[in-house]
Ligand binder design. Sequence first.
Ligand code: TRP
Length: 337
Amino acid sequence: MNTENQSKKIILSGIQASGDLTIGHYAGAMKNWVQLQDDYECFFMVADMHAITTKQIPADLRRRSIDVVAMYAACGINTEQSTLFIQSHVQEHAQLAWVLNCFTGFGEAQRMTQFKDKSQQHSENVNVGLFSYPVLMAADILLYQADLVPVGDDQKQHIELTRNLAERFNHLYSPTFIIPEPFIAKEGARIMSLQEPKKKMSKSDPNQNSCIFLHDSDAVIRNKIKRAVTDSGTDIIYDIETRPGISNLMSLHHIATGKSMQAISDEFNGRGYAPFKEAVAESVAELISPIRSRFEELRSHPDELSALLKTGADKAKRQAFKTLRKVYKKIGFVEPS
Ligand code: TRP
C-alpha cells in the first residue's frame, strides 16, 4: 500500500470532451489543478460519457478526448503524480451511475438548472442521458471517495446533488461514501466571451473571435484580443457590472501575469484602451505559447499518450472497483463466483 497517498485528501475533477479547450478552462480549471496537485491525491478525467448527452461526431469525440488529456499535461499536470484518465475506460462510472439513478428522485433531477438550460438549447435532443447527467457526475466523484471537487460555479448544484445522494446512501445502508465539498475557483477565474462579455467564454460559440483556444497561435490570439469588445468610456477599472469587457480583459491579464486587478488598474488606467489591449495580447500569447508547444510535442507521440492513459485507467480502476464492490454488496447484488 502507498502510505504517502493515504494521508492525502483526494481530488477529482474533469472536463467534458465536447469541444476544444479554451483559456477559460485553463483559468477556471487546469491552473488551479496544477496548484493543488502537490497537496492532494488527484484524479483528472476526460468526461467523454458526459459529452454524448449532446450530439457528437465520432471522429471528433475520439480526437478531442485525447487532445484534452494532452492539454492537461501541457498545462502542467504532472502525469507521474496525478492520475489522468478517460471516463469510459473505467466501466465503474456507468455501473455506479445506474445504482445512483435508482436513488435519485425524478423531481430532484428535474430541478437541476443546467438540465433546464440545456434542454432549451438542445430542444431537438432532450434525452434521458441529459436528464441523468448529474447522477453520472455524482458517480464520477463518489467512486474515488473524493474530498474536494474543483468546479466552476455552474456545477455547484451538481455537487450539492452528489452530497445528497451520498448522504442518502450512507444513511440507508452504512457509511460508504465520503461527502465531497465543492471547491469553487475564485473571482477573476471566470473568463467571459470576448464578443459578449456578459456571457461565459464558450468553446461552442459560433463566433470564433469570442473565444481563445489553448492551441491558438500567437497571431490569432493577438488578433482576437485586438477585436475584443470594450465598454464605452476609457476607464480601466474592474467592475463586471458596468465594465464587463474591460473587466474580462483585466481577468485575462491577471491570469497571465499574476498581477492583481488593482495593480493592473494602477498601471493602465488613464492611458486609453490601445496600450492596455496590447499588453493583454502580449501576456496571453506568452502564457499560451509554451502550452501550445508542449501540446504539439505530446500529440506527436501517440504511443506515449496511450501508455499514459493505460496507466491512468488502471490506477483509477483500482479505486473505482473497491467502491463499487462495496456498493453492490450493500444493495444486495450476488457476488459473482
Ligand atoms: N460536468 C462538468 C462540467 O461540465 C464536467 C464533469 C463531469 C465533472 N464529471 C465531473 C466535474 C466530475 C467535476 C467532477 O464542467
